[in-house]
Design a protein around this ligand. Structure first.
Ligand code: AMP
Length: 213
């Protein structure tokens, strides 16, 4: 199964993607997580990506596409993968198409996770994440038992620097300008396109998604 997950930052792509990957036994490839890993290791790629991430802008396509192609060429992606946060614009979608076509492969589906903007802002500003395992919490609801310690792995739970209000606004603007056009792009390709309303209960969204997959 080869899938792409589209959706604004904070739409809940990561949570649903984790569950889909567990069920279909495919790797969850989040470009945001890959960039944050490079950043934590202070690799040249991480250092270059940081200024874009801090400003809520997209990291340049050449860097991003190389990172993704490198990841897709690894052994665990041979039986499928789920891309979360990639592609983020039409140029990246074209690069992915070319990469897959070159290997006689194609996507099995594109999933669009949809949530109204006011709810996204509320979710992002309350979001807290574990620096070690990436588990996601929210001060407006699901918080760790001990507020700064991850229930899953004991790591530190923090607010991502790009979840601060000024960067959230920029990320949503970037999404509208660059990523939202991918909905029309993929609908036009005749690709299996699945829309999931994730404004309510995640378990219900997951049921909707599983039925359609
Ligand atoms: P995310 O965790 O998906 O919200 O991504 C965090 C940040 O990483 C984004 O705001 C971008 O700066 C960068 N990023 C993640 N994925 C991409 C992508 N496909 N293209 C360019 N930049 C990306």
């Amino acid at each position: 199964m080869r899938l792409v997950f589209l959706g604004a930052p904070g739409a809940g792509k990561g949570t649903l993607a984790d569950q889909v990957c567990e069920k279909w036994e495919i790797p969850h490839i989040s470009t945001g997580d890959l960039f944050r890993f490079h950043l934590s290791q202070k690799t040249p790629l991480g250092i270059e990506a940081q200024s874009y991430m801090d400003q809520g802008k997209l990291v340049p396509d050449d860097l991003t596409c190389r990172l993704v192609e490198d990841r897709l060429s690894q052994e665990d992606c041979q039986k499928g993968f789920l891309l979360d946060g990639f592609p983020r614009n039409v140029a990246q979608a074209e690069a992915l198409k070319k990469y897959l076509e070159g290997r006689a492969l194609s996507l099995d589906g594109v999933v669009s996770i949809e949530v109204p903007t006011d709810l996204i802002i509320q979710r992002l500003s309350g979001r807290r994440v574990c620096v070690s395992c990436g588990a996601s919490y929210n001060v407006n609801g699901q918080i760790p038992t001990n507020s700064s310690v991850c229930d899953r792995c004991g790591g530190s739970v923090i607010q991502r620097s790009d979840d601060r209000p000024e960067t959230i606004a920029k990320r949503l603007e970037t999404y509208q300008e660059s990523t939202f056009p991918l909905v029309a792009y993929y609908q036009k390709t005749g690709q299996k396109f699945i829309q999931v309303d994730n404004s309510g209960d995640v378990a219900e969204s997951m049921e909707q998604l599983k039925r359609q997959l």
